[in-house]
Design a protein around this ligand. Structure first.
Ligand code: UGA
Length: 445
């Protein structure tokens, strides 16, 4: 009989995981504590923007015409406990307010709610990004509080927003931290399809599984800050960081990916994960090992300030008062509506606080941006956003912005200056249309 799977927490990670598990052929029950989310998902609608996810959901959600009916949602912990052979915990672990450490309250609450309802044999699988040592602690909690024969495994997730469906169905590796062969066997059954397609399956212990996730995100953050540090040097020396990245990227040991210089990394993962990692290393007495991450963080944050300074220079060098600044992009990356710790909104907010009249446009992030920064100005299109602008800032590299017609925009602005915070526009195209184009880490031309 096919395994029955539950997914606890239906954010970017959980909603995608639930739909992917149904796609792999399992019976799936998703749980969230927010009833509105469950209502939406049960109607086949996704509460966030993630390409391909709604289609996958509608293919499987019970009650939707033509669906397989393998996927249902609930708010009932009893139902989850009775239903599942395997329970995936996918709740989020944000940064604690005013601290570097990660806030484990959602994970702890999920385990506390789930444990007493586990009346039959089950494998609980942690997917949330947690400080190393959490799995040991949560395994002890299950031993103490779950009435049935219950075991824990840790299985970090590496999906990227914008590619979540593909990354979940075709992961470039599957990492499982287990304490028994039975747990490994069950997880091999869950992931049989991607493993058969060639995804490597790495079996390890709890602490290593937890660390793989934070190590991977720390490496990616370091790579971005490395190239942004090179951008600073290029600017000082008159070099071109885009060419530099292209050239070093040809070395296979370095690789081309994650070498795009610009306003730096944001989002709900990289920034908070490197901070939580530093905090946890401190608790373990290994803080010296990760002091370099402090530098990675400060290089990254410096990018935002630098963009504000470039914008100030563009509008005359002293003050933003009375100046109109158009910001193209609000999300932390394209193909997502996620604005958590978005460099684009951070820059927009700083300029606004310094008296600039900021107008933001983003293809998918407007609702979330408005909620987070209600005092910024917003426009319904890029053309509207740039109307009357003294400077235009390109801060999230949506395809829509690459496809803009610089000549048309040039007629709408007061001064045709564009600052490319993502090194993603074609400088020649903008310059030929009469714009002053400037990018981070590249010569002024
Ligand atoms: C990141 C990791 O890439 C995933 O593997 C991981 O699973 C996920 O965090 C997580 O922990 O859940 P994500 O936050 O979706 O995924 O976004 P990334 O694609 O990693 O981009 C992060 C930020 O770095 C974005 O703001 C992006 O604009 C920026 N970035 C990326 C650069 O500034 N330069 C680059 O070359 C690449």
């Amino acid at each position: 009989m096919a395994l029955k799977i539950t997914v606890i927490g239906t954010g970017y990670l959980g909603a995608t995981h639930a739909a992917a598990m149904a796609e792999l052929g399992f019976e799936v029950l998703g749980l969230d504590v927010v009833p509105e989310k469950i209502e939406m998902l049960s109607a086949g609608r996704v509460p966030m923007y993630e390409p391909g996810l709604e289609e996958l959901l509608r293919k499987h959600v019970a009650g939707i015409e033509g669906s397989t009916g393998r996927l249902r949602f609930t708010t009932s912990w009893e139902e989850v406990g009775e239903f599942g052979d395997v329970h995936f915990v996918c709740v989020n672990t944000p940064q604690k307010h005013g601290e570097y450490a990660c806030d484990m309250s959602y994970v702890d609450a999920a385990f506390a709610s789930l444990a007493p309802r586990l009346t039959r044999p089950a494998l609980v699988v942690g997917k949330s990004t947690v400080p190393v040592g959490s799995a040991d602690r949560l395994a002890a909690l299950l031993d103490e509080r779950a009435p049935g024969d219950v075991e824990l495994a840790w299985n970090p997730e590496f999906l990227r927003e914008g590619f979540a469906v593909d990354d979940t169905l075709h992961p470039d590796r599957i990492v499982v931290g287990v304490r028994s062969e039975a747990a490994e066997k069950l997880l091999r059954e869950v992931y049989a399809t991607p493993v058969a397609e060639g995804s490597p399956f790495v079996v390890t212990d709890f602490p290593t599984a937890e660390l793989v996730k934070t190590a991977a995100n720390s490496f990616l953050a370091t790579k971005i800050s490395f190239i942004n540090a090179m951008a600073e040097v290029c600017e000082a020396a008159g070099g071109d960081v885009a060419k530099l990245a292209e050239a070093i990227g040809h070395d296979e040991r370095i690789g081309k990916k994650f070498l795009r210089a610009g306003v730096g990394f944001g989002g709900g993962c990289l920034p908070k994960d490197i901070r939580a990692f530093m905090a946890r290393a401190g608790e373990l007495g290994a803080d010296q090992a990760l002091t370099f991450l402090r530098e990675v963080d400060s290089i990254n944050m410096r990018r935002r300030g630098h963009m504000v300074e470039l914008a100030r220079e563009a509008v005359g060098g002293s003050s933003f008062l009375g100046k109109r600044v158009a910001v193209l992009g609000a999300t932390f990356k394209p193909d997502s509506d996620d604005v958590r710790d978005s460099p684009a909104l951070n820059v927009a907010g700083q300029i606004h606080l310094q008296g600039g009249q900021v107008t933001v446009y983003d293809p998918k992030g407007m609702d979330n941006a408005r909620r987070l920064f209600p005092t910024l100005g917003y426009a319904d299109s890029a053309l509207e956003a740039v109307r009357g602008a003294d400077v235009v800032l390109h801060l999230t590299e949506w395809r829509e912005f690459r496809d803009l017609d610089p000549a048309e925009l040039g007629e709408a602005v007061t001064t045709p200056i564009i600052l490319d915070g993502r090194n993603a526009l074609d400088p020649d195209q903008w310059r030929e249309a009469g714009w002053t184009y400037r990018a981070m880490g590249r010569p002024r031309a």
